[in-house]
Design a protein. Structure first.
Length: 176
């Protein structure tokens, strides 16, 4: 009888458990299509409470589902994205990051390509990608050692191809 009474007292707490929330985010670190698999493995193995609903490689965006109260107890709603970014960066050794989804309409972005030499491995691609992706105004970037090209979607009101090329040259990347 006592067990039933305790269960009846606890039932309202379970009935009001938070529903998972979905959040559309921009993901840095998706510089090649095969990195989607790496992101999915990261969440499955290191962040099991964060589920990937979908990934849009072409936009470097993902929809994530999680219960903020479980994943980030006692964190203010305004700080959840920052905490999620820190958690993803920590668990991926800095190779992935989470940011707000782009507010710039896709039609207002300009696609640029920069030919590069010497990107002969995944780590080299990641390094070149990070140089470009961190520039204000770059909404999405890719790097391919197979083709020797860095591609970026940029907000032309905030950056241009010349700024990306200068940043790459300053870090020792050889342009074609």
């Amino acid at each position: 009888m006592l067990r039933i009474a305790i269960l009846l007292l606890l039932l309202p707490a379970f009935a009001h458990a938070a529903e998972p929330q979905t959040l559309k985010v921009r993901v840095t670190g998706l510089f090649q299509a095969d990195r989607e698999k790496d992101l999915r493995e990261l969440c499955a193995e290191q962040l099991p409470d964060v589920k990937i609903v979908s990934v849009d490689f072409d936009r470097a965006e993902a929809v994530l589902s999680f219960d903020p109260a479980t994943v980030f107890p006692k964190v203010k709603p305004a700080d959840i994205l920052k905490q999620l970014d820190q958690k993803v960066r920590t668990e991926s050794n800095g190779t992935f990051g989470i940011h707000p989804a782009s507010a710039v309409p896709r039609g207002k972005l300009t696609r640029i390509e920069i030919g590069v030499a010497g990107l002969d491995c995944k780590a080299c691609c990641l390094a070149a990608y990070e140089i470009v992706a961190k520039i204000d105004g770059v909404e999405q970037a890719t790097a391919s050692f197979k083709v020797g090209v860095i591609t970026a979607l940029i907000d032309p009101a905030r950056t241009d191809k010349a700024k990306l090329e200068v940043a790459l040259k300053q870090r020792g990347v050889t342009l074609k």
